[in-house]
Write a protein that binds this ligand. Sequence first.
Ligand SMILES: C[S@@+](CC[C@H](N)C(=O)[O-])C[C@H]1O[C@@H](n2cnc3c(N)ncnc32)[C@H](O)[C@@H]1O
Length: 253
Amino acid sequence: MRRIRLIGMGPGGPEFLTAQAVEALRDTDVFFLLEKQGRGKETLGDARRKILDLHRGPGAYRIVTAESPPREKAQEDYLDVVADWHARKAEILGALFEEHLAEGETGGVLVWGDPALYDSSIAILRRVQAQHPDKFAIEVTPAVSSLHLLAARHAISLHDIGGDFLVTTARRLLAGGAKGQDSVAVMLDSNAAFAKIDPENFDIFWGAYLGTDHEILHAGPLKDIAAELAETVRREKERHGWILDIYLLRRRA
Ligand SMILES: C[S@@+](CC[C@H](N)C(=O)[O-])C[C@H]1O[C@@H](n2cnc3c(N)ncnc32)[C@H](O)[C@@H]1O
């Protein structure tokens, strides 16, 4: 059996690695990195290499890289498009594991934030396991997510006392997903979806590039700051070529 570790690396800076993740990094034989093409993707790859250099020493670890297959634009069924993309990634990773990992060795994949939150690595590795029965065991190292760092930076809870909260995507927010909710965390936006919904009675707690040198935070009543914040999103995307942002919408009592 070979072991594949999905190591949650936190939302950017190396200071968010847990002690368990550092231990896992030190105890991994080969790292696998599927690199995406496109604006900002090299920055995400660099963040992974920086973490590996820090904990293993520059050039002192085995790393296998391959180009990540592009995701088709979701014209029709979004879930079909994603499933197809996962299948292609699983095929590539399965072949890399077969080629570069010897029996008894451990492979590692550094996962942005926490592997269980809006990340496809677990689903992809399950496919690899299904395609190569009894060959690979999966181990997940949990991590600080961007959602937790957002709450920490604004010094807020994610929900009211004893209340619940919804974590959703910009796509679902625009489809009416915030209706009736008191606390809604939104991920996978980058196009200021918050400015396209009814501000109702929401406050927004927003953060971009959290945990990096470019971190930006803003908070206030959505109706008052949505337009200016949308302009910030546009400006920062232009400046960096990409943006990672996340926010919590909280209904005022
Ligand atoms: C593919 S998901 C990965 C989430 C990740 N697994 C986590 O636990 O944070 C990417 C989304 O997470 C959020 N995100 C991840 N890292 C972030 C960061 N450093 N600053 C702000 N948002 C971030 C953004 O909403 C982004 O669109």
